[in-house]
Design a protein. Structure first.
Lengths: 255, 262
């Protein structure tokens, strides 16, 4: 069953088409990895699913509801079932780590006191950061911020989590523990995940399905094995990280 | 060519002014809508009121005291020639309560608090914290703008009243200890000169000044583009726009009150 269905999604910024009649379906409980070059519209896609950006045209159906027809109140109900991990963490720097992680519970539930602290600590321990709830985000390293952001997204136990480059800019060991965590959430809690990344190692490890975004469209989709053995020249150049190939030739021509 | 350029630049300025006024109106309407939408959380309001009000007390005290002193000395220069020093008290009181107290306090708060709001919200915008609020099902206007608007609209009249008192005290010191007017006479003339309408018109407009500061600062913060440079640019624009709007609004109110309470 598809939990998210995107059809004919188009979005332009200043006349430049970032998403061009994009179609994409995500099965419930699966992990979808979206790969593509920096600036190709991966984050824009996530922001559309979260309703931060509105498309020029197209449909986004989540849980059977077209989110473009929902008013803010109805959409916020839906958002409570979703979590998003931003690229730079996007932690609220006026609040402590604990208040950040428990933000969702503080704003939308009556959970307070000991239970709240337990939930926050539980989420922090899941990302290997037990006992730092009293720190301010400015006291954390880049990798820690990213993991706190992850803890904030999972604290309210969402059914869908969107990750914007979760392993970019962290050391390889942290990157792998983040991959493990995404896998665990998928295996144990049946969370639906959409991961935007250009880290191929991470993509192969966590994905049920990989899709590649190129020039505003999904140009290929398949399992990690299928992607690794692709004969599509664009995908081949990207996953093997080659400087010469159709992607860079297109840019040369454009110049 | 030069003429063409002139109209091109003029046109662009007018369009960006229209965008600004339209966006500001839109934000104002949304903010007033969200004031009445639950949940109502008072902690954020108190935090903002403390930042805008309590923490502005030292600078407001200092500046309004000096203004009271300056006003008394400048008036004395003129009044001594006419031999009517006793009117200094009423001139100091009236100009402070009707005009200088409200406007100077508003400008201080615009520079101190308004700039800080734009920089804070602008940085939040640049680091995707505003987007993060939305993903956590919290409306950024409800969360960020509403408490700041209410806090400033409540705090500014109180600060102004305080500035009036400190300013009059500054004038009192000059008149009593420098010009030899008796303490009793100074106070009598001050309270005789001040009518309720003077205080009322002085304080009512500061409610609007407070709202202007909060709304312009938040609007500029939300619309930051680019990184640190964008935040700096937006902060500068916020202070300049607020100053202009406060003075324009003051002019409007003064004209209005002139006809309502002749």
């Amino acid at each position: 069953m598809n939990v998210i269905e995107i059809s004919e999604l188009t979005k332009s910024f200043d006349g430049h088409k970032v998403l061009d009649r994009l179609n994409l379906n995500i099965e419930k409980g699966s992990t979808l990895v979206v790969i593509g070059r920096s600036g190709c519209g991966k984050s824009v896609l996530l922001k559309h699913i979260m309703g931060i950006l509105r498309p020029d045209s197209g449909r986004i159906v989540i849980d059977g509801k077209n989110i473009l027809d929902l008013d803010e109140k109805e959409f916020n109900k839906l958002r409570l079932k979703m979590g998003m991990v931003f690229q730079g963490g996007a932690l609220f720097d006026s609040l402590t780590v604990g208040e950040n992680v428990g933000f969702n519970l503080l704003e939308h539930t009556n959970i307070r006191g000991k239970e709240l602290l337990e939930r926050v600590e539980e989420a922090l321990c899941l990302v290997d950061l037990c006992g730092i709830a009293h720190l301010m985000p400015s006291e954390l390293s880049g990798g820690m911020r990213k993991r706190v952001a992850l803890a904030r997204a999972i604290c309210a136990k969402p059914e869908i989590i969107l990750y914007d480059e979760p392993t970019t800019g962290v050391d390889p060991i942290t990157a792998d523990s983040i991959n493990e965590l995404i896998k665990n959430l998928h295996d144990k809690l049946k969370v639906t995940s959409i991961v935007v990344t250009h880290d191929m190692k991470s993509a192969y490890k966590i994905a049920d399905k990989i899709v590649m975004l190129y020039q505003g469209k999904i140009i290929t989709q398949g399992t990690p094995e299928e992607i690794q053995n692709t004969d599509h020249p664009v995908v081949y150049q990207f996953i093997n990280g080659l400087a010469q190939g159709p992607i860079t030739e297109a840019i040369e021509q454009f110049k | 060519m030069i003429i063409q350029n002139f109209f091109f630049i003029l046109g662009r300025r007018v369009i960006s002014l229209m965008y600004f006024l339209g966006g500001l109106t839109d934000l104002t309407l949304k903010t007033f809508y969200f004031i009445f939408i639950p949940p109502f959380k008072s902690e954020r309001l108190f935090t903002q009121a403390k930042k805008a009000g309590y923490e502005s007390l030292p600078i407001v005290s200092l500046i309004s005291f000096f203004i009271g002193v300056i006003l008394a000395l400048q008036t004395a220069y003129q009044m001594q020639r006419l031999g009517s020093e006793m009117y200094i008290a009423s001139i100091v009181a009236l100009s402070l309560v009707r005009e200088l107290g409200p406007v100077v306090t508003a400008l201080i708060v615009a520079g101190r608090v308004g700039a800080a709001i734009t920089a804070e919200i602008g940085s939040m915008q640049v680091t995707e914290q505003i987007d993060a609020l939305q993903t956590l099902a919290v409306n950024p206007i409800k969360y960020l703008v509403v408490p700041r608007l209410i806090a400033l609209a409540v705090v500014l009249p109180i600060l102004t009243l305080y500035a009036d008192i400190i300013g009059i005290f500054g004038g009192y010191l000059i008149c009593v200890y420098k010009l030899g007017i008796s303490s009793q006479m100074y106070l009598n003339i001050t309270f005789d000169a001040l009518l309720f309408k003077d205080l009322f018109t002085g304080l009512v407009k500061t409610i609007f000044f407070g709202m202007i500061i909060a709304l312009v600062a938040c609007y500029k913060g939300f619309n930051v583009e680019g990184g640190a440079e964008g935040v700096g640019q937006a902060t500068k624009e916020a202070v300049v726009s607020t100053f202009i709007l406060i003075i324009a609004c003051d002019c409007l109110f003064t004209a209005l009150f002139y006809f309502i309470f002749p």
